[in-house]
Design a protein around this ligand. Structure first.
Ligand SMILES: Cc1cc2nc3c(=O)[nH]c(=O)nc-3n(C[C@H](O)[C@H](O)[C@H](O)COP(=O)(O)OP(=O)(O)OC[C@H]3O[C@@H](n4cnc5c(N)ncnc54)[C@H](O)[C@@H]3O)c2cc1C
Length: 302
C-alpha cells in the first residue's frame, strides 16, 4: 500500500512531495494542474530568495525541483472523493481509485463566480478568471476587471500594459488590496476605477460585448471585449468528506497539519491557517509531510 497520496500540486503540494521524496516514502501526487494559483500570479516580490519572479517562472522552478525526485505524478486528474475507512484513505478520481495509509489535502482555492445573467454563457468567450493566462489575448482592447482586492489589483496591473483601456469595477467605497498596488492602479494612465458599482449582467452575441452596471441606483452599460472576474476565492474542499471544515469551507487543521480524521492531513490555502501566501503554503506543505512521517513511524509502517 502507498504511504501517502498528495492531492494538489500548488506550492503546498509540490513542497509536500519534495519532502516525501527525501523521506523515501511511497507516494503519488494527484492533481488537476501544476502550479495552482501561483501560475496565475503576475509579479511575485515576497518569496524569499527572489526579489522578483513571475508566477509562471516560480512554478517552473518548483516543478523542476519536484521532478528531480522522479515523483509519480497523476496530472490532469481530478479528485472527486476522499474517504477514511479502517486504517486507510481512499481517493476516487475522474480516472480511477487509489488507496494509501495517509493523504495530504493541498488542493488550494478556486475563483468565485459572479452569479449574474450571461456569466455562464460567455465563460471563455471574453469572460475569464485568470489575467495571467488570458491577458495577452486582449492586447489593444477595452477590458474590465471585477473586484477591488489583491487578485483584482494584480490583474489590473498586468492588463494595464496589454489592453487599451482597463475599467476596475469595485463594489465597495474604495479599493481594498495592498496600498502599494492600489497606488499603481489608481495612477495608471489607461485605468478607470468605478467604486460603489455592481455588475448586473454580461452582454454579448458570440463573444462578450459589454456589461450592465448598477451605480448608486442608476443603471448603465459599458462596451468591452474582455472581462476578468477577480472577486475572491473559495476552498477546493468539497471532495474531502470526512474532515471538519469552518464556515468558509476551509479544512480545520492543528499546528501539525492533522485534520480531525487520523491519517488525513491538510496544508496551504485549503486550510483554516491564516494568511494565504506562497511561502506560507510551501512551509505548511513541508510541515504536513513531516507530520505524516511521524504518524507512520509511530504506527511502525516506516
Ligand atoms: C492572482 C493571484 C496573485 C497572487 N500573488 C501572490 C504573491 O504575489 N505572493 C504570494 O505569496 N501569494 C500570492 N498569491 C497567493 C498564492 O498564489 C497562494 O497562497 C498559493 O498558491 C496557495 O498554494 P496552495 O498550494 O495551497 O494552493 P493552490 O496554489 O491553489 O494549488 C492547489 C492545487 O490543487 C489542485 N487541485 C484543486 N482541486 C483539485 C482536485 N479536486 N483534484 C486534484 N487536484 C486539485 C490544483 O490544480 C492546484 O494544483 C496570489 C494568488 C492569486 C490568485
Amino acid at each position: 500500500m502507498l504511504d501517502l497520496i498528495i492531492i494538489g500540486a500548488g506550492p503546498a503540494g509540490i513542497t509536500a512531495a519534495v519532502y516525501a521524496a527525501r523521506k523515501k516514502m511511497g507516494f503519488i501526487v494527484v492533481t488537476k494542474d501544476i502550479g495552482g494559483q501561483t501560475a496565475w500570479s503576475g509579479d511575485i516580490e515576497n518569496y524569499t530568495g527572489y526579489q522578483f519572479v513571475t508566477g509562471p517562472d516560480l512554478v517552473s522552478k518548483f516543478e523542476e525541483h519536484m521532478r528531480k525526485y522522479n515523483t509519480s505524478l497523476k496530472e490532469n486528474e481530478e479528485v472527486l472523493e476522499l474517504r477514511k475507512k479502517d486504517n486507510a484513505v481512499y481517493v476516487k478520481t475522474n480516472k480511477g481509485e487509489y488507496k494509501a495509509r495517509t493523504a495530504i489535502v493541498a488542493s488550494g482555492k478556486r475563483s468565485k463566480e459572479l452569479g449574474v445573467p450571461g456569466e455562464q454563457e460567455y465563460k471563455n468567450k471574453g469572460l475569464t478568471y485568470c489575467a495571467t493566462c488570458d491577458g495577452p489575448l486582449f492586447s489593444g482592447k477595452d477590458v474590465a476587471v471585477i473586484g477591488g482586492g489583491n487578485s483584482a489589483l494584480d490583474a489590473a496591473l498586468q492588463l494595464m500594459n496589454i489592453a487599451k483601456k482597463v475599467y476596475v469595477i469595485n463594489i465597495t467605497n474604495d479599493l481594498t488590496g495592498d496600498p502599494v498596488m492600489q497606488d499603481k492602479v489608481k495612477n495608471g494612465k489607461n485605468v478607470t476605477v468605478l467604486n460603489n458599482t455592481r455588475v448586473s449582467a454580461i452582454m454579448g452575441d458570440k463573444m462578450v460585448k459589454g456589461m450592465k452596471l448598477s451605480h448608486e441606483g442608476k443603471e448603465k452599460e459599458i462596451l468591452l471585449e474582455g472581462i476578468f472576474v477577480e472577486i475572491g476565492l473559495i476552498p477546493n474542499s468539497g471532495f474531502a468528506k470526512d474532515v471538519e471544515k469552518n464556515a468558509q469551507g476551509e479544512i480545520k487543521v492543528n499546528n501539525y497539519n492533522h485534520t480531525n480524521a487520523p491519517g488525513i492531513f491538510a496544508s496551504g490555502d485549503v486550510t483554516d491557517v491564516p494568511e494565504k501566501q506562497i511561502i506560507i503554503a510551501a512551509g505548511e506543505g513541508a510541515k504536513a509531510t513531516l507530520s505524516v512521517f511521524k504518524y507512520l513511524s509511530k504506527l511502525k509502517y516506516i
